[in-house]
Design a binder for this molecule. Structure first.
Ligand code: F6R
Length: 599
């Protein structure tokens, strides 16, 4: 929910911190601040609003600072103002925090009783006092804090009495150490360090890291820990806009090459590779995720139910924040699939941990390799989507759906539901998917955007796959254009929602499935007869009376296993163009953050 950066070395510290915070702005953009240290002082600068406000404020600070920490905030405790903005200091300790401390009120009372006072409403200021209150070595003080703190945290810490040394630790919130040449970094994600180094180490729960410019020492309760240095396979360009007006637009365009990347990774000698997990030994599958990742899971459930219809597999899909509070009756052949771009979504992680604890097999479809979900799942299918910076996911959802499709194709092949020749056709269709979707990038979606951008409500209707796909389409539109939108199963419209249709209410009709085209078309016409303006998204295999529709987008017909990834592209563009027309902040919609590490 917040972004952290730290630096020790001889570059201009303020610049490194501000540039790092810009990379992390997707994680929170209420306010930002930094603490920098030279031989004389530890200086704290804070600013409300976007990072560019902080950048203005720190202009002209010269380069004699050798270390510092920075933070971009997405408020959870305390309103958005400079006081609550990080870094927070108490006595000898200055720190930045990402996460939520659940027992901060009790800790605050305990600390007040021994003489500490507090200036802010945040849970984070308590941590600084807690660390300061321990009378012993810095290492022991940090371990003491780990024992006392309940909740989640990634912390970058500076002590007033020790210059050019940063400390770090984490629990359920991401933090890595970037390893440079005579300089080292702390960061919430890899994109921050890419301009300087590709080498990094992961920090595990229970570890305390001491970072100087030429050394990184990691301890845990057993003593010094030898860590593996990992090498990021992302480039600086992956994490930059590269000439695109918005990250969202860049990421939608990257979907074309992702088809090839995923094909090369998951197809080997014209067959499904071993990197596609084999789930054929399970008979009960639970798919759990949040937001768009949950909607991807809904496509997965739909495909399993459509193809594995011999009763050998039961599939359930649920949002993680609900799933974790319910009873589950696992068997030895249950599998929990979690889906997460960030790999840090708190509720999804909690479900994974719950299943791991019960010894249920777990599979994660996850993008960030250093994330908690990637590290804790028993099996992992990496998404290979590269950094997704725009808060609203596009290539993340696209990859999740495509990978689920591959898992289910392989499952059907192993179970004999798909024969050799169908498998070969599916694989060759996967090879040409890139060309199929490329044609969609040339359409002018601003025509639709211009017609709907000033509407208050927009509805989507569809059946079966079209319905589950429409959930993501509707979310994409509402989260970046702030137009209220909802999706209904086409057949449900007349059971209530049709009361919402007024003159010229836009209704997007998603009609790409042959068996139900006519039925859904009738539902669309019912809406039109109540005044709706209809927009049709369909495939090139149907004939119908165009006059019913204000605008028609025709998609290439592909195998059902790929139709969802084709169908979502126009909706991503319609949401993008509509938000652009309205002048919305496309990459950073209001009230949202990319990585939801709170429950
Ligand atoms: C919507 C969106 C969110 C995420 C959700 C899960 O555009 O991005 O709904 O899909 O917060 O995030 P991850 O995939 O990181 O677990």
């Amino acid at each position: 929910m917040c972004g952290i950066v730290g630096y020790v070395g001889s570059r201009n510290v303020t610049n490194v911190l501000v540039q790092g915070l810009k990379c992390l702005e997707y994680r929170g953009y209420d306010s930002a601040g930094l603490a920098i240290r030279n031989n004389k002082e530890l200086k704290i600068i804070k600013s409300v609003g976007k990072i560019k406000n902080l950048e203005e404020k720190v202009k002209g600070i010269d380069g004699d600072y050798n270390s510092g920490i920075g933070h971009t905030r997405w408020a959870t405790h305390g309103e958005v103002n400079e006081l609550n903005c990080h870094p927070h200091s108490n006595t000898n300790v200055t720190l930045v925090h990402n996460g939520i401390i659940e027992n901060f009120r009790e800790l605050r009372k305990e600390l007040e009783l021994i003489g500490y006072s507090f200036k802010t409403d945040t849970d984070s200021e308590i941590i600084a006092a807690l660390i300061d209150s321990y009378k012993g070595s810095k290492y022991d003080a940090l371990i003491y804090a780990q024992i006392k703190l309940k909740g989640s945290y990634a912390l970058a810490i500076m002590f007033e009495d020790e210059k050019d040394v940063l400390y770090a630790m984490r629990k359920d919130s991401p933090l890595i150490v970037g390893i440079g040449n005579n300089e080292n970094f702390l960061a919430s994600d890899i994109s921050v360090i890419l301009p300087y180094t590709k080498k990094y180490i992961d920090i595990e729960e229970g570890e305390v890291v001491k970072v100087t410019k030429d050394n990184v020492i990691v301890y845990n309760e057993t003593g010094k820990v030898i860590k593996d240095v990992r090498v990021a396979n992302w480039t600086v360009e992956d994490a930059q806009k590269n000439g695109y007006e918005h990250f969202m637009l860049k990421e939608m365009n990257e979907q074309i090459d992702l088809c090839t990347k995923l094909y090369n990774k998951f197809i080997e000698n014209d067959n499904y590779s071993k990197d596609i997990p084999d789930i054929s030994q399970y008979d009960k599958i639970d798919i759990v995720a949040c937001g768009s990742a949950y909607y991807a899971g809904c496509v997965g459930k739909y495909l399993i139910e459509k193809y594995v219809c011999d009763g050998s597999m039961q599939v359930n899909v649920e949002v993680a924040s609900e799933y974790r509070y319910k009873h589950h009756f696992y068997t030895s052949s249950s599998l929990l699939i979690v889906i997460s771009q960030s790999g840090e979504t708190a509720d999804t992680l909690a479900c994974l941990r719950m299943a791991n604890k019960l010894n249920v097999d777990t599979l994660a479809i996850v993008n960030i390799p250093s994330s908690s979900i990637a590290k804790e799942a028993k099996m992992v299918m990496p998404m290979l989507a590269g950094p997704e910076i725009a808060v609203a996911t596009t290539k993340g959802y696209f990859t999740q759906v495509l990978e689920l499709s591959l898992i289910i194709q392989k499952l059907c092949y192993i179970k004999g539901i798909i024969d050799e020749s169908s498998k070969n056709n599916l694989i060759s269709e996967f090879f040409s998917l890139k060309d199929k979707i490329t044609s969609l990038y040339d359409l002018d979606y601003s025509i639709v955007a211009n017609k709907v951008y000033d509407k208050e409500h927009i509805y989507f209707i569809g059946r079966c796959m079209d319905y589950v796909l429409g959930m993501e389409a509707s979310l994409k539109l509402k989260e970046i254009s702030y137009i209220h939108s909802d999706i209904y199963p086409a057949g449900e419209l007349k059971h209530g929602p049709i009361a919402l249709i007024e003159n010229e209410t836009p209704v997007f009709c998603i009609l790409t499935e042959k068996e139900i085209f006519d039925k859904s078309l009738s539902n669309a016409i019912e809406a039109k007869s109540r005044g709706a303006t209809l927009y049709l998204i369909t495939t090139d295999e149907f004939e119908f009376d165009q006059d019913y529709f204000e605008y028609v987008i025709t998609l290439p017909k592909v195998n059902d296993f790929y139709q969802a990834v084709v169908n979502i592209i126009p909706f991503q563009f319609i949401a993008y163009e509509t938000a652009k027309k309205k002048g919305c902040d496309i990459d950073k919609p209001k009230n949202l953050a990319k990585s939801v590490t709170v429950e």
